[in-house]
Ligand binder design. Structure first.
Ligand SMILES: Cc1cc2nc3c(=O)[nH]c(=O)nc-3n(C[C@H](O)[C@H](O)[C@H](O)COP(=O)(O)OP(=O)(O)OC[C@H]3O[C@@H](n4cnc5c(N)ncnc54)[C@H](O)[C@@H]3O)c2cc1C
Length: 548
């Protein structure tokens, strides 16, 4: 695919005023799937009819968990798009030029803690591949990388030393600091909040809770930058994994669900929840499938909705979508918790414009900026390594208009294993990420040459501010404990990451009565993460009796 595509959202986020919060919008026909029996288990043989809304990682994982009990559950999973995977999908690219005929467009990879994700990959014969992450931040005298020390690092050596001490104290006093915004914690140590931007996690970083930054540096398990380097902040190469072809994986997962009698209904959008008690009654609207299966928002409103009935509903969609389709049906708690989530509309441009990259990022070894001594520490070996091996995968730019607004970019050819990182830079694929449409005036998106653009995608992304951890995450259990036959899963319930989405779906299935896979139960790390999630989000404990 070489021509610029019409910009489409990969999410269904648009408000549909005709039906929002009421059953009255649009043409409608009634077709309850089955008649409800006593106790709300109206499926054939007294099975619970479960509607899983959203076939992203969370929804697929939930449907998979339920499908292990065909005697108990009659599972339907729907998605407004024409494919399974949600934010995880692949696109076709020019094999001759880039060395592969596909690349992953949304989710690209993760870390070794993604045990539930690996479990599902493994069951379908897929595997993630290891990569040591190289980061390149800024340009000229603002440039630093984790591969070798630069002038910038040498210049800020006293701040870096102080940061190291601060991090240790934040760890010791984690109860006090956990939810405090990073910018406040840094100020307490006399450090500039700009230091937070060095973490490279986006513009909202100064507002993230301190616990996130502290864990990045102090946790041997979760810490990407562990251990903190008192001389150059981040000098390790975080071991990461890169995902296999997402579309292939999710298509095979879809088939495997269908073989187990799960009804996978793509191009089907939930527009309204009419009622949830004694049974769940919803309005579903078919969508016209578009060529690349990313059906645009606000389309197809002329198509008639059907009313259908289920015993349980599991929301595996974004929080604001759930709130919208619930409309007046939403309980006070739901309105409050779902309404406390904050979102940003970001756009990714996938392209091969090396001139743009060279203008704004450091993608080649910069001899002038490399330093071979940090205080008394000899750094010659790291500089030599940099000279030979510098091929940054994750690049960050400070926007000149406002240096606190970052632009991020993946050199996908260096990061994704199937692409050829040794090709000349002109034949690399880059994915540049412009954050938050509200700051569009700081974007330089229009500088990318049109004929170099492969694709553009809009994303409605969760903002991980401290407020999310104060007013959303601690109350997800209150959403899940209800008498309204409703369960919530999806990455937004904790952190926007594929592994969290998968765990959340599995936990939703467990809450409804599905077992936890024994293989994962015997994997210490997986079990502990699942237990923690299950307890925090559902107030439930994992029982060995409920594994199979
Ligand atoms: C550009 C980008 C890069 C990322 N990279 C990584 C990465 O490298 N590693 C990582 O771990 N995470 C990454 N993430 C985050 C990760 O993609 C998500 O955390 C995860 O995929 C979310 O899964 P989910 O099931 O919670 O939600 P989604 O994947 O958003 O699934 C929700 C599904 O619900 C459907 N839907 C919405 N509304 C309706 C409706 N009304 N009716 C029916 N269906 C509906 C949507 O079409 C969608 O398919 C990235 C995200 C983005 C945007």
């Amino acid at each position: 695919m070489t021509s610029r595509q019409r910009s489409r959202s990969s999410q269904t986020t648009a408000v549909n005023p005709g039906v929002n919060g009421s059953a009255s919008g649009g043409a409608k026909s009634t077709s309850p799937s089955t008649t409800a029996g006593p106790g709300g288990t109206g499926g054939a043989g007294g099975r619970k009819r479960v509607l899983v809304v959203g076939a992203g990682a969370a929804g697929m994982s939930c449907a998979d968990g339920l499908a292990r009990h065909p005697d108990k559950f009659d599972v339907t999973i729907i998605d407004a798009m024409g494919y399974c995977g949600g934010q995880a999908f692949s696109i076709p690219i020019d094999e001759n030029r880039y060395g592969s005929k596909w690349m992953n467009q949304g989710v690209q990879g993760g870390s070794y803690i993604y045990q539930h994700t690996f479990h599902h990959f493994g069951k379908l014969g897929f595997e993630a591949k290891p990569v040591d992450l190289q980061v390149s931040f800024g340009k000229g005298d603002k440039f630093w990388t984790n591969l070798f020390p630069t002038q910038l690092v040498a210049k800020h050596s006293s701040d870096i030393k102080r940061f190291e001490t601060a991090i240790r104290w934040m760890r010791r006093l984690q109860v006090l600091f956990a939810l405090v915004p990073i910018k406040v914690s840094l100020k307490l140590w006399g450090l500039s909040e700009d230091l937070a931007l060095f973490l490279g996690t986006g513009n909202a970083t100064p507002d993230l809770p301190t616990a996130m930054m502290e864990r990045l540096y102090t946790s041997p398990t979760y810490g990407m930058w562990y251990p903190v380097d008192p001389k150059s902040l981040s000098s390790n190469l975080p071991p990461m994994v890169v995902f296999p072809e997402s579309t292939d994986f999710y298509t095979k997962w879809q088939k495997s669900l269908e073989e187990r009698n799960v009804k996978v209904r793509l191009n089907t959008e939930l527009t309204t929840v009419i009622t949830r008690k004694p049974t769940v009654r919803v309005l579903l609207r078919p969508r016209r499938e578009t060529e690349d299966k990313h059906n645009p928002n606000l389309a197809d409103q002329d198509l008639p909705e059907t009313e259908e009935e289920f015993d349980e509903i599991v929301f595996c969609v974004l929080a604001d979508t759930a709130k919208r389709v619930l409309g007046k049906q939403a309980r006070g708690t739901e309105k409050w918790v779902l309404g406390n989530t904050t979102w940003s509309d970001d756009v990714t441009v996938t392209h091969s414009d090396i001139d743009y990259i060279k203008k704004w990022y450091t993608i080649e070894f910069d001899k002038e900026q490399a330093v071979s001594k940090l205080g008394e520490r000899d750094e010659t070996a790291r500089v030599q390594k940099g000279e030979k091996e510098f091929k940054p995968m994750y690049l960050i730019k400070e926007t000149p208009k406002d240096p606190r607004k970052l632009e991020m970019c993946f050199d996908c050819s260096a990061f994704q294993y199937q692409l050829d990182k040794d090709k000349p830079l002109e034949d690399h694929v880059f994915q540049t990420i412009y954050l938050n449409k509200k700051h569009e005036d700081t974007w330089s998106k229009d500088e990318i040459k049109k004929d170099k653009i492969i694709r553009e995608d809009w994303w409605h992304q969760l903002c991980h501010t401290w407020k999310h951890y104060a007013f959303v995450v601690p109350f997800v259990w209150a959403l899940n404990r209800n008498s309204k036959n409703t369960t919530y899963a999806a990455a937004w319930t904790l952190v926007n990451a594929h592994e969290v989405a998968i765990i959340s779906g599995q936990a939703a299935a467990y809450k409804l009565g599905a077992d936890y896979p024994q293989e994962l139960y015997h994997n210490d790390f997986a079990r502990k993460s699942f237990k923690a999630y299950l307890f925090l989000m559902h107030g439930l404990t994992l029982s060995e009796q409920r594994t199979s």
